[in-house]
Design a protein around this ligand. Structure first.
Ligand code: FPP
Length: 267
């Protein structure tokens, strides 16, 4: 029997946006409530949360957002029940196993920020191999913040600066930022938090100094393409002054600029 020809895949339409963020940071909240609403365990919620990561990466890569940081596990999350902590840690290995090949083929550079030392040598090795394999990719850089805390990162930077013997007079913002886990990456332009909360929760404290915030009631596992587009649209409409003022149509700000890039309809 002859098979009907498959219709060509729908071209992906991208929204026209006045400006796009160079660095999006997402606090993936609401896995527990998502699961609870379905009569599932919290662990099942986290599994659904991991499933959603790939969709977020793909969507932001299509919009040519160069950097994405995902808050997967904070230094405070150790206070959760042991069972849940273990379940979260156990998600990392299979995530890498399942997704690495395709992420690599799609030009994703994977990085970890935070401290890997409490993880098992096996998981640490997998994370390090994933970073090594993808380090030359430049379509989108994805930082997974696991066992990460903003205050800890700042303290670590101070310790390294002292260890390097940098004189106080030579420590400016640029030098300080070069000691953070995000060294070399643009500052965060847009923080997205799902599940209705409006807190930063110790996430990228230095890097979000001038970030725009976007909060949505949607739980992380349901935060899909349209939701991301809504967040990008909201961002594109924000007027960013970076503490400066507009004078005769000229913006005066402390050397910081939004990139003004436009998202085009691309295929
Ligand atoms: C918040 O939901 C979510 C977390 C603490 C963890 C988010 C982690 C993932 C999506 C998995 C990351 C794993 C890998 C491998 C990258 P919650 O449990 O606080 O939800 P609730 O507020 O509804 O209880």
């Amino acid at each position: 029997m002859r098979q009907a020809a498959r219709p060509a895949a729908e071209p992906v339409r991208l929204l026209e946006l006045a400006q796009l963020p160079r660095h999006v940071a997402i606090i993936m909240d609401g896995n527990g409530r998502w699961a609870q609403g379905r009569g599932l365990s919290r662990q099942a919620g986290h599994r659904a949360g991991v499933e959603n990561i790939r969709r977020a990466i793909e969507t932001l890569a299509r919009y040519e957002v160069p950097v994405l940081t995902l808050y997967a596990f904070s230094t405070e999350n150790w206070s959760r029940p042991k069972r849940e902590v273990n379940a979260l840690i156990r998600l990392i290995g299979p995530f890498i196993e399942r997704e690495l090949k395709s992420l690599h083929e799609n030009g994703v550079r994977l990085r970890h920020i935070g401290h890997l030392d409490p993880l098992s040598p096996n998981v640490r090795r997998r994370v390090e191999e994933a970073m090594e394999l993808t380090k030359g990719n430049d379509r989108i850089t994805v930082n997974i913040a696991f066992n990460y805390g903003g205050r800890q990162e700042i303290l670590d930077a101070v310790h390294k600066i002292v260890r390097d013997g940098v004189p106080a007079g030579r420590i400016d913002e640029e030098r300080f930022a070069s000691y953070l886990d995000t060294a070399g990456l643009p500052e965060v332009d847009l923080v997205i938090r799902t599940a209705g909360e409006q807190r930063l929760s110790n996430f990228l404290l230095w890097q979000t100094a001038y970030a725009e915030y976007y909060s949505t009631p949607t739980f992380w596992p349901d935060f899909g393409v349209e939701e991301i587009e809504r967040a990008l649209t909201a961002f594109s409409r924000r007027e960013r002054r970076f503490g400066g003022v507009e004078e005769n149509g000229v913006r005066r700000a402390n050397g910081r600029r939004s990139n003004g890039r436009r998202g085009g309809a691309k295929r």
